[in-house]
Design a protein. Sequence first.
Length: 127
Amino acid sequence: MTTATLLYDAQCGFCRRAVARVLSWDRGHRLRPLALQDPEADRLLAGMEQAQKMASWHLVTDDGRVHSGGAAFPPLFRLLPGGRVPASLTAAFPAATDRLYRAAARNRGRLGRWSRRRRNERGRESG
């Protein structure tokens, strides 16, 4: 019952972890993850420049609409259980949502190292 494809950079550790978190929330299995490096991504994002394609994540809904960067959050949240409030908030503040997304995207290497360090610290605490 997939209703959207979530395209992400499979070479980015932070991106892979973020998609894994989203998929763990997707108990209804409405999302299909797809690496931007997969040839099918070129078909789904036909006409999009390579640099633009790799600059952010993209959500392609079952009607073929492409939502990229911060603009992907409202339709993504609408697909997730309990996502109505986050969808409303991100839709109400699109410029802020996009700015936050762009800041995270620009710093994904740093965020990836930080989240990996945090995960390792939690592992040592529980061990």
